[in-house]
Design a protein around this ligand. Structure first.
Ligand code: ATP
Ligand code: MG
Length: 579
């Protein structure tokens, strides 16, 4: 491709709208342009890289036994009602009406559509296992679309769905996808690590997210340096808080004491009260389905909402409003507690770290008053003990006892064992050998193609621009003649080398613009082509050209060796991404 015949609108300045480096580089290297928040047009270079990521994903899905299909983005809401997700995913669903006033939804994901297909097309155990996948647009009404392609309203996903006749077979499908994902990201030149992930209301233990370590990620991951444990903080566990919960009772019974104006754990931990946070009980009030519940965690802990959701098996979970709280407890947030004044119908869910806690301080359910000397086993009616706390850095790993670390990361892929949730709701069943009908056992597996592309940039860049891994670079080679005057030796050699490289199957962009060398060099570095071959008049006079790998050292090459050397360089580099 000739630079002048494509469209590469590079920018010198960093656009103010872009907060993170990969978003800045997407714009500066002329890969995408914004239409509106969360909606982007792919320009030629961005599109070429996107297609390469897609091709890698497709090749590995095919290799793992996937069957490619393409499902509609526009979907009838009936199947969403049938699965129950019309309600639970309502915030993410884009809905629209047709001319007859009938409602439609734009698919944020495709479990419903594929499960309906399988329900209609398959009947016997002999027809399984199957794994269908597609590479398609998804639409999600995100609360905060941001960071360019990272969190968009419309994005491209590879989604796959496995269908099996037993749990063991479903696990084998899951493992096959897990391995395919490992290969996919490695082939994209992306360093990822799998972490245990929250399974939400579906439950079960089989869900992993593939994470890219990055400060700009939106996930926190707890991990052990031994490599034996890594989990999304939404799901992570540890051996417990570093400061042990006091468990020796003084024998004293709960005593009310005035705490005028004190409504935070922190205020109570300061003078004149001086009650350390770990000796306090934090009482939160949640609305769960149609009822109110009290949630207790230690004062220095944070409630982990995803844990609450997955353990209660309900998606309809939210903090209660002050009105709802006052209506059921007759007190305001800041003075709440579970010792007295809790109606019998209100369940109390307490975090395991509070088990056996003695001498605790908690709200008295009366504004301006707290209780001390609270022994939880004696003084609080706990309906259920649950793991509800968020792990903190430094706590000990359940596998190795080493201190856990926490780092930020970007989720690029997700594998999930679904079980029979969707097959039951959408009647995807099979007849087993003995003539019995059973729901098919499912798994689902997503990769954000557009997010993965941007994650590569986030990971592979320096002060000069992008440093594409060869496998996903828009072009492998940038050929840069420093003169484009038709009769100049540099231009004539460039034309020759360009033809030879194309014939050799090398993807090359010829920078035929009549620009200063500095501009051309800067642009090729910004756009991140893995290697540049510069042909300047001065070196040409000595019979030489210059090969410069992006971020590497310059190599002087004899004119007659130029094509051979570039082909060799590219071939060696390509081999690194063959897995
Ligand atoms: P997140 O937690 O980031 O919102 P998710 O868990 O809702 O993502 P999944 O439903 O698991 O996402 O989707 C599979 C993949 O699709 C994700 O791993 C991610 O790479 C990608 N993805 C999800 N939402 C978006 C989005 N709004 N923009 C771009 N990519 C996305
Ligand atoms: Mg996910």
């Amino acid at each position: 491709m000739r630079w002048s015949q494509t469209f590469v609108p590079t920018l010198k300045e960093t656009p103010a709208e872009a907060e993170i480096v990969s978003h800045q580089l997407l714009l500066r290297a002329g890969l995408v342009r914004k239409l509106s928040g969360g909606l982007y047009t792919f320009l030629p270079l961005g599109l070429r890289s996107l297609k390469k990521v897609e091709a890698i994903v497709r090749a590995e899905m095919d290799r793992a036994g996937g069957i490619e299909v393409l499902m509609p983005a526009l979907q009838p809401p009936e199947i969403w009602h049938q699965s129950g997700r019309y309600q639970t995913m309502v915030d993410a669903l884009y809905k629209l009406k047709d001319r007859a006033g009938k409602e439609w939804v734009l698919g944020p994901t495709h479990e419903e559509v594929i499960t309906q297909l399988v329900a209609n097309e398959f009947n016997s155990y002999r027809q399984f296992p199957r794994n269908f996948y597609q590479i398609q647009l998804k639409f999600r009404d995100e609360i905060r679309p941001r960071f360019g392609l990272m969190r968009a309203k419309e994005f491209i996903m590879k989604d796959a769905y496995s269908f099996d006749v037993s749990d063991e077979a479903a696990m084998a499908s899951y493992r096959r996808m897990y391995e395919a994902y490992t290969r996919i990201f490695a082939r994209c030149g992306l360093r990822t690590f799998p972490v245990e992930a929250d399974t939400g209301v579906i439950g079960g233990n089989y869900s992993h997210e593939f994470m890219v370590p990055a400060e700009t990620g939106e996930n926190d991951v707890a991990y052990c340096e031994s490599g034996k444990y890594a989990a999304n903080v939404e799901k992570a566990v540890s051996r417990g808080p570093l400061l042990p919960t006091p468990v020796v009772s003084s024998g004293a019974t709960p005593e009310k004491f005035p705490t005028p104006g004190v409504v935070t754990i922190e205020a109570l931990s300061k003078a004149p009260y001086q009650i350390p946070a770990f000796q306090q009980i934090k009482t939160l009030v949640y609305r769960i389905d149609s009822g109110i519940a009290l949630i207790l965690v230690r004062g220095d802990d944070h409630l982990n909402e995803p844990k609450l959701i997955s353990q209660l098996g309900s998606n309809a979970v939210r903090p209660a409003t002050s009105e709802e709280i006052f209506a059921s407890l007759a007190a305001h947030p800041g003075s709440l507690g579970a010792v007295s004044g809790v109606p019998a119908a209100v369940p109390v869910f307490a975090d395991l770290a509070l088990q056996g806690a003695c001498g605790m301080v908690t709200g008295a359910n009366e504004d301006g008053n707290h209780y001390r000397h609270v022994d939880i086993a004696r003084d609080i009616r706990v309906t259920k003990w649950l793991d509800l706390r968020t792990v903190q850095a430094g706590e000990h790993c359940v596998e190795t006892d080493l201190p856990l670390k926490i780092r930020r990361a970007i989720e690029v892929g997700h594998v999930f064992k679904l079980g029979t949730k969707y097959s039951e709701k959408l009647n995807a069943t099979y007849l087993s050998e003995d003539g019995q009908r059973h729901p098919v056992v499912m798994g689902c597996y997503g990769i954000g193609i557009t997010r993965t592309l941007q994650a590569v940039i986030e990971q592979c860049q320096d002060k000069d621009g992008i440093r594409w891994p060869l496998s996903v670079a828009p072009y492998e080679v940038c050929l840069t003649p420093l003169s484009v005057a038709p009769q100049s030796p540099a231009w004539q050699l460039a034309e020759q080398v360009y033809r030879d490289l194309e014939l050799a199957g090398i993807q090359v962009i010829l920078d035929d613009r009549d620009e200063r060398p500095g501009v051309k060099f800067k642009d090729s570095e910004l756009a991140g082509f893995p290697v540049r071959l510069a042909i300047g008049e001065k070196s040409l006079a000595k019979g030489e050209v210059e090969l410069k790998p992006r971020g590497g050292t310059l190599e002087v090459v004899k004119v007659e060796d130029a094509v051979r050397r570039v082909v060799e360089w590219v071939t060696t580099e390509r081999a690194k991404y063959v897995i």
